[in-house]
Unconditional design. Structure first.
Lengths: 664, 157
């Protein structure tokens, strides 16, 4: 299996090189057989990487500790599911997972386009094979997961206990699907530039890929946040860590692209901008993995210092130069077909929305790299942590949330006073009302109040649009309101799916703002039988219990929880002492309701187990974040499916088919 | 438009009223939480704030901060004490002075320039006019070659 995996990696590397060269020559000379051969090599890439991946899995599952990578990230006593997930627990395996996802996406893209987009496909194959070549160079020459040890140890070092968690089973693969998914739109964009076919066909081919990538990124970083919240025990879900930031940045550009393509398709504007967005989104996805592996920026998520940093820098520099060259080369053909007619138009608000996505991304990027720049300039180490990011991003986030409500309501070309009156009055009143409700509930801070008002405005604008659309449909085709609403939504998924996403965004914003501004925490030391209060919760420390299993020793506290004086259950915050790890692991106890999360961490305890220190947090409306992001992902999936055709369209299509059949 | 103006004015009024009403008197717990939420734990746990980090070092610092707050030490003084002890990296965000100002303002400068760009684009307004059939064809993605072919076919037909 070791040899099989190793030779498969070499075979894949050779196939990638062949695919890149053959597709380049085939595209340049218009040699179809050569292009087909290159496309077949893409299928070969997938098969070889798949066999290598299955080999590595087999080595993990059968405890083959003569393989250095297996010995470093697995052990005999860890559960089988974690032996499987140890595959991507380290650097080499995670790169192999990247290569597996990339090769499978490349294969799907090639097979999907066997009979369409033929003018683009040679160049798409060049870019996809070229990108995979880079990862195969890393896997074959720099960090081979099949390297063996001179002497096989009796047991492995085991997987980091922090990674032995349900979210770590699915978080990395899903995030990788998002990151790697950005390569396909990049390949189509580059293919459009290289072939000079700059109509909207490349956009039609890539919008869904970008959407897929966007959904996976959204779900991926949310799972990461959930893991941090439930496993790391610091009371929050987002620490603005460089690696978290890196995972977030391509998402902003993908979001901006998904908005700007609408302007391109409808108005023929922002053509060059779309290419830039896709180029930067792709580069940021590579930058994310560079940050994780280079050791340039200190992060809790970083792999050990490795020699891969310079290789990533070379790849980033060369792919950026390649993309910029082609954009510059075709710049004459990328001019907008129309100009904006008014600042008060949907085109302008979409442009502003793009600007805000890019600005927030820049703010995050800038905050991530500023410690390095500052150290170069001043020679002094500084920290750019959550206080910086929170202060810098909230004004931009508020503007973005407000635009989320404005964009769909404002008219194309030029908004008139009548348009404003007809579309904005009701949602604006809703925004004002939500602000007043928040005031009535005791909110006295300006920033949350503005966010609640903006969220209310967005939600009301969405409901108003659904209502107006359904009523209009009832006029055309008398039916029940809910049927009209269903038909309306299914027949224009792009518009109404977008509204579903926006609704999720507003919910998530309310959750984020509430948990950021109104959470409370307290560090408290209690003896057995003592209790303490925090807001409407009272906690009684009943006892400490100790138990052991073959893998670890566990110490946990039993806490009785009372809410407004009524008993609501027990919580068991724990400390795990894994036999193969020096650091004790915290297992948080969380009592979640829609209103708030009671979050208890067992910080320390005395040797007699009679006294313990607890770190207790009350985080309001955290559940809204998960629900909101879930709605966003569902909206994204909904957008993916084609529109249901109206009855008249179906009849027309059927008639056309009958005519064609008769003619035949 | 009148109703819209009234609503907007009311909204602005509410925002201003809230601005004046903010900064309520903080309890000792809230002051400690705010300070520890702006100090970085120096235990090596990569940029976790003292408020969030559950390590023994963070517990010690939290207790020190509570003691200082109880003694009436101001927030600025607490930060200065810790900066003196650990250096500037103990602060969760760089102080807005010297080169750090670039760090704070650049994201807003970029956004500002971007907004100016959008406004400049809107200033080069095209006079409002009905879209010509030519524009419609272009926006429908029909190339010149196919347009000619279509015209020819229509003519022949």
């Amino acid at each position: 299996m070791i040899e099989l995996g190793h030779y498969c990696l070499i075979a894949c590397f050779l196939l990638c090189v062949y695919g890149t060269v053959a597709a380049s020559l085939g595209g340049y000379r218009g040699n179809l057989p050569l292009v087909r051969s290159a496309e077949n090599s893409v299928v070969g890439n997938f098969v070889t990487v798949l066999v290598a991946s299955v080999s590595l899995c087999w080595l993990f599952l059968t405890d083959q500790y003569q393989v250095e990578y297996v010995a470093s990230y697995s052990a005999r006593d860890i559960p089988t599911v974690y032996k499987f997930t140890a595959f991507w627990g380290g650097q080499a395996g995670s790169l192999l997972l990247w290569a597996l996802v990339l090769s499978s996406f490349a294969m799907i893209a090639v097979l999907q386009n066997r009979h369409k987009n033929r003018h683009l496909m040679p160049y798409v194959t060049v870019v996809l094979s070229g990108a995979l070549t880079f990862f195969m160079i890393l896997l074959t020459f720099a960090t081979n997961p099949f390297d063996t040890l001179p002497v096989a140890p009796a047991d492995g070092q085991g997987l980091n206990p922090l990674l032995q968690n349900f979210y770590m089973i699915i978080h990395p693969p899903i995030l990788y699907l998002g990151y790697v998914g950005m390569t396909v739109p990049f390949a189509f964009a580059m293919a459009a530039l290289m072939s000079g076919r700059l109509d909207t066909s490349w956009i039609r081919s890539t919008r869904r890929w970008t959407l897929v990538s966007w959904v996976f990124l959204t779900v991926g970083f949310t799972l990461g946040g959930t893991w941090a919240y439930e496993e790391l025990g610091w009371g929050g879900y987002w620490a603005w860590d460089p690696v978290e930031n890196a995972s977030f940045m391509p998402w902003f550009f993908a979001s901006a692209f998904l908005h700007s393509v609408m302007i391109t398709e409808k108005k023929g504007m922002l053509k060059m901008w779309n290419f830039i967005l896709i180029l930067v989104a792709f580069e940021l996805s590579i930058f994310g993995t560079f940050v994780t592996r280079s050791g340039v920026i200190s992060s809790v998520h970083s792999f050990a210092l490795s020699n891969l940093g310079p290789l990533f820098v070379v790849f980033l520099a060369s792919s950026t130069s390649f993309g910029l060259f082609w954009i510059f080369y075709r710049s004459d053909q990328l001019k907008s077909e129309q100009r904006m007619q008014s600042f008060l138009s949907r085109e302008a608000t979409f442009l502003l929305n793009n600007l805000l996505f890019v600005s927030i991304c820049f703010a995050i990027f800038w905050g991530t790299v500023f410690p390095i720049i500052s150290e170069w300039v001043r020679g002094e180490k500084i920290t750019v942590g959550p206080p910086f990011f929170n202060k810098v991003t909230w004004p931009l986030g508020l503007a973005l949330l407000t635009l989320t409500g404005i964009c769909p309501l404002i008219a194309w070309r030029k908004a008139t006073a009548k348009n404003f009156r007809r579309n904005f009055l009701f949602p604006l009143g809703g925004g004002l009302l939500s602000g007043l409700i928040a005031l009535g509930l005791g909110v006295r801070l300006l920033v949350p109040l503005l966010f609640y008002s903006a969220a209310g405005f967005v939600v009301l604008s969405i409901f108003f649009e659904f209502y107006k659309g359904a009523r209009a449909r009832q006029v055309i085709r008398p039916t029940h309101f809910l049927v009209a609403l269903k038909d309306l939504t299914l027949m224009n998924k792009r518009r109404y799916g977008g509204f579903i996403v926006h609704f999720g965004v507003a919910m998530a914003f309310v959750g984020i703002i509430s948990s950021s501004f109104f959470s409370v925490e307290k560090l408290v030391t209690l003896k057995q039988g003592e209790q303490f209060e925090l807001r409407h919760y009272t906690l009684t420390f009943l006892e400490m219990v100790q138990r052991s299993d073959p893998e670890k020793d566990v110490v946990f506290a039993r806490l009785q929880v009372f809410q407004n004086g009524e008993e609501t259950g027990k919580l068991f915050p724990q400390k795990h002492f894994h036999h193969k790890s020096e650091q004790p692991m915290t297992e948080v106890a969380i009592r979640s309701t829609l209103r708030d999360d009671l979050y208890v961490v067992l910080s320390s305890f005395d040797e007699k187990l009679t006294q313990a220190t607890f770190h207790v947090f009350i985080n309001p409306l955290v559940q809204l974040i998960w629900i909101g992001i879930g709605i966003m992902a569902c909206g994204g999936i909904f957008l993916f499916f084609p529109d249901k055709k109206s009855a008249s369209k179906v009849t027309a299509l059927r008639n056309r088919k009958v005519v064609r059949d008769e003619a035949a | 438009m009148k109703r819209l103006s009234t609503l907007s004015a009311l909204f602005v009024w509410c925002a201003c009223a809230t601005l004046w009403a903010q900064e309520p008197e903080l309890s000792e717990d809230e002051k400690v939480s705010r300070i520890t939420g702006n100090l970085v734990c120096q235990c090596g746990c990569a940029n976790l704030l003292v408020r969030s980090c559950g390590c023994p070092n963070a517990i010690t610092v939290s207790q020190e901060v509570r003691k200082l707050v109880a003694e009436g030490t101001s927030e600025a003084k607490v930060f200065a004490l810790y900066e003196e002890k650990y250096g500037a990296q103990v602060l969760g965000a760089p102080k807005a002075e010297g080169f750090n100002i670039v760090g704070w303002i650049l994201p807003f400068v970029v956004t500002g320039f971007g907004t100016l760009f959008v406004v400049a684009m809107a200033k080069r307004l095209k006079p409002a006019q009905e879209e010509s059939p030519e524009t419609d064809r272009k926006s429908a993605g029909i190339s010149e070659k196919y347009r000619k072919l279509l015209d020819q076919e229509l003519k022949d037909w």
